[in-house]
Design a protein around this ligand. Structure first.
Ligand SMILES: [Fe+2]
Ligand SMILES: [Fe+2]
Ligand SMILES: [Fe+2]
Ligand SMILES: [Fe+2]
Length: 405
């Protein structure tokens, strides 16, 4: 058991890094373990959330001393984010990084769904993961068209590539993306970490697509990024609405720092590349001091102990990047036709859903369908990587004569 509340970490005044320390050697995209790339993408999303959360906090805070403390730690978080994200190589294209982002969304969300103790929260992750699973398939088809390369080079056989809940059917009325929140004082502390982790990852995907989508020349690429970035907007709403809005700012700060400890510790345990492992280890030592600072602020301004927020049993079992093929196939077979109605899940296409579908598609095929048609036209079939046999949903099986990846 590791309880981060029992450790001091690196003193805050020793955490600012110089240019030499920030100048990290990027990973080799041809040789990297796909899950090392996934861990980098995840921790970038977590650090981005740490920074943006701290900015929001300071805009809502009157106390100048607290604002100075937040500014200091936020600068450290910013250096951590630069270090982590700069591990990605300039050699990789935006589409290759995109395939990594969707692989993260698939295997991170699937792990969280498998380990989430609350059934309502678990359903939210099971629902969302089938949509990002579909994005991976759409982008993989675009990738072969634009770059003449196969997505299995990136995802490396640990994640399958085939249709999920079709992106066309993922557009819901925005009202139906708002879920019920957990109750902060009753919920298992693990659930708080899960929700924060997934919403951070989805938020980073959203921002990445919003900003990189228009950098493409090819119309189909521009259109596909536009479409999927709007689904990611839905996903951020879906996941952030799970968090109890009654948590105080001090409480949220503790949860953020505790979550960073959990994830760096998890990835340190699992990392196969010793150079990257050293980054996770160093960052964990930094986060331990952030957590101490957050705990002090909570005691002083909220009159509570951090154990009341995150429990006193130490970190939960380490989060792992690992294949989830069977689990995903089970979800495909049982949940593909689900949609949302209010804060719940239904199987029938209700009126508000149909209305939204009509408004957004206007009777046309969206880019996520057009990209598959275009791929078939160019190569005679679509791109898939089905390593465990045919698709579990009969209507989504590859058409006769399709080339297998
Ligand atoms: Fe951090
Ligand atoms: Fe996605
Ligand atoms: Fe997503
Ligand atoms: Fe932190």
């Amino acid at each position: 058991m590791f309880n981060p509340l029992d450790h001091k970490g690196i003193p805050l005044d020793q955490q600012i890094r110089n240019w030499g320390e920030l100048n990290v050697e990027p990973i080799d995209p041809e040789a990297v373990d796909p899950y090392t790339r996934c861990r980098i993408i995840t921790m970038n999303g977590i650090e981005v959330e740490a920074i943006m959360f701290s900015h929001q906090f300071t805009r809502n805070c009157r106390d100048a001393d607290v604002k100075r403390q937040l500014a200091y730690t936020r600068f450290v978080e910013s250096q951590q984010q630069r270090t982590v994200n700069w591990l990605l190589p300039g050699l990789s294209s935006v589409l290759e990084t995109t395939l990594g982002y969707e692989q993260v969304a698939v295997d991170l969300t699937a792990w969280v769904a498998r380990h989430e103790p609350d059934p309502y929260l678990k359903q939210a992750y099971e629902f969302g993961v089938l949509e990002d699973f579909d994005h991976l398939y759409r982008y993989a088809n675009l990738y072969e068209m634009v770059e003449r390369r196969k997505a299995e080079k990136i995802v490396n056989g640990v994640t399958e590539v085939m249709p999920g809940r079709p992106t066309v059917a993922e557009f819901r009325h925005p009202f139906d993306n708002v879920n019920d929140p957990y109750a902060k004082d009753a919920v298992d502390p693990r659930s708080k970490l899960h929700a924060l982790t997934i919403l951070s990852a989805e938020q980073q995907v959203l921002m990445y697509y919003m900003n990189t989508g228009p950098q493409y020349m090819e119309p189909i690429a521009r259109q596909l990024y536009q479409e999927i970035s709007l689904i990611e907007e839905e996903h951020v709403t879906h996941y952030e609405s799970l968090v109890d809005p009654g948590e105080t700012w001090w409480e949220r700060l503790v949860t953020h720092e505790y979550n960073e400890c959990w994830l760096y510790w998890s990835f340190m345990e699992q990392e196969t590349d010793p150079r990257i492992k050293a980054v996770w280890e160093l960052h964990l030592q930094m986060e331990l001091a952030h957590l101490q600072q957050a705990a002090d602020l909570l005691r002083r301004y909220d009159g509570r102990e951090p154990e009341q927020i995150v429990g006193n049993t130490g970190l939960p079992e380490p989060l792992k990047f690992e294949p989830n093929k069977e689990y995903l196939r089970h979800l495909l077979a049982t949940q593909i036709d689900l949609t949302k109605l209010g804060a719940g899940y239904v199987r029938e296409a209700h009126e508000r859903f149909e209305q939204m579908q009509e408004q957004i598609h206007g009777g046309e095929k969206p880019p996520s369908e057009a990209v598959i048609d275009a791929h078939r036209e160019m190569f005679g079939d679509e791109y898939r990587s089905e390593t465990e046999g045919p698709h579990p949903v009969e209507s989504l099986r590859a058409q006769e004569g399709s080339r297998r990846a």
